[in-house]
Write a protein that binds this ligand. Structure first.
Ligand SMILES: NC(=O)c1ccc[n+]([C@@H]2O[C@H](COP(=O)([O-])OP(=O)(O)OC[C@H]3O[C@@H](n4cnc5c(N)ncnc54)[C@H](OP(=O)(O)O)[C@@H]3O)[C@@H](O)[C@H]2O)c1
Length: 297
């Protein structure tokens, strides 16, 4: 009999890929989107974990609107922190393992080298605070929670999901022949969702726990990432470099938040694809996603 996993937040770009990767790895998956299970509701989460009795619970649900979180920090906290408490307490009661995803925005960006798991978090915005609190809840209630921090997630299913991703935003604006002003002074490690899902499922399958970083293969500015996007898909775009000073946002963001995958690699989980490799794979799969519609469930 196959092992059972529950996936919460299953209609997000990562939730869809996690569901696929788990199934490919032989797990029986029961997936819940926001409408079937709102992770903020403790009784709902507890009752599903109790009735399904899974070995693994994967939380891909998140409140991800970073700027809006500045205006409504409580909403971000409920979804990104207290919801993790609900999942962690349900896992503790049901003897299930929890896999949870966190963010590069737990860091302040003062470094200029990729952040490791040993670096001290110091979030600069309400979203980062809520995600760091979620990590604390996972580790507070469980001895063997697996928390994976990632960065700038983009998966081909972002063409269908409510919040999309950076690649789709770039393409939409280019098709509309709008000028694209993209920052050169903010460095991250944009992460290809299918590759992240593969690593997460491998870690979970090996019963790893603790904190892991899994970001894209190399640090890159958002401007250079945008250039690579248009180079790979061969779409002309009016791309103009700008800076953070010229493009202020509601939430303060770290100037440098690339993640080091050193631990992941050292423990034998391989390297994440380079920016170019990941974008080539993105556009291949995007064609399939366009043809097939949203079949993530
Ligand atoms: N996206 C990024 O750039 C990024 C960067 C760093 C870390 N991460 C982390 O990576 C993980 C996956 O993110 P993603 O890119 O897959 O985000 P996503 O595409 O926005 O998916 C998140 C999913 O969570 C759902 N959700 C929100 N609130 C919920 C609730 N209360 N109960 C149940 N479901 C809820 C959303 O539903 P609705 O669509 O209905 O809101 C959405 O389907 C998250 O932990 C996120 O914090 C993401």
């Amino acid at each position: 009999m196959s092992k059972k996993a529950l996936v919460f937040g299953s209609r997000g770009q990562l939730g869809i890929e996690i569901t696929r990767s788990l199934r490919r790895a032989g797990w029986a998956v029961v997936s819940f989107d926001r409408h079937t299970a709102d992770v903020r509701q403790s009784d709902v989460v507890h009752s599903f974990v109790e009735s399904e009795s899974p070995e693994l619970v994967v939380n891909c649900a998140a409140y991800n609107t970073v700027d809006r979180a500045e205006k409504e920090p409580a909403a971000a906290y409920y979804a990104n922190a207290l919801a993790v408490r609900n999942l962690a307490t349900a896992c503790r009661k049901g003897n299930a393992r929890l896999v949870h995803f966190s963010t590069d925005y737990v860091f302040d960006g003062a470094k200029d080298q990729p952040y490791t798991e040993a670096d001290w978090p110091h979030p600069r915005n309400a979203y980062g605070v809520s995600k760091l609190s979620g990590e604390h809840y996972a580790f507070a209630y469980l001895d063997s929670a697996l928390v994976i921090r990632t960065c700038g997630v983009y998966g081909p299913e972002g063409i269908h999901t409510a919040h999309g991703n950076f690649v789709e935003t770039m393409l939409r604006n280019a098709h509309a022949e709008r000028q694209l002003r993209v920052v050169t002074d903010t460095i991250a490690s944009p992460t290809f969702a299918p590759a992240l899902a593969e690593k997460a499922v491998a870690l979970a399958g090996d019963k790893r726990f603790g904190l892991y970083h899994a970001g894209g293969g190399q640090p890159v500015s958002w401007y250079d990432f945008a250039r690579e996007i248009f180079a790979v898909c061969q779409l002309p775009a009016d791309l103009v470099p700008t800076t953070r000073a010229e493009y202020p946002t509601q939430a303060e963001r770290p100037l440098f938040s690339a993640l080091s995958n050193e631990r992941l690699e050292r423990e034998g989980y391989g390297v994440m694809p380079s920016v170019r490799e990941a974008l080539v794979a993105y556009f291949d799969r995007r064609e399939d996603a366009l043809r097939q519609g949203n079949r993530g469930q």
